[in-house]
Design a protein. Structure first.
Length: 103
């Protein structure tokens, strides 16, 4: 293989992995999700938003505008977005964002 072909394979592989990761991150599956809201939201507002979307508040993230939520509703992520969440992701993919402590 030529050098250009090698570079093309590396770029194509990297692009595929990035796209696959984005799809997995942006289309949450399972009952547990991470909810990211506006940075000016208070913890009580986060609790309310999750409740109004039909879920349960499980844990706060590093900041009050990040939380883990649970629901058995298949459309829970869409409900959260309709109630004000900016982003809803798989909780297992964003675990490090939720950790508190020294970095």
């Amino acid at each position: 293989m030529s050098r250009n072909a090698d570079i093309l394979v590396v770029v194509a592989s990297f692009t595929f992995i990035c796209l696959l990761s984005a799809v997995a991150l942006l289309f949450p599956t399972g009952p547990f999700v991470v909810v990211i809201a506006s940075p000016d939201i208070r913890a009580a507002q986060m609790h309310q938003m999750i409740g109004e979307a039909g879920g349960q508040y499980i844990a706060e993230g590093r900041y009050p505008w990040m939380a883990v939520a649970h629901s058995d509703h298949a459309d829970f992520a869409q409900r959260l977005l309709r109630h004000g969440a900016l982003l809803v992701t798989n909780h297992w993919m964003t675990e490090s964002c939720l950790m508190r402590g020294n970095v």
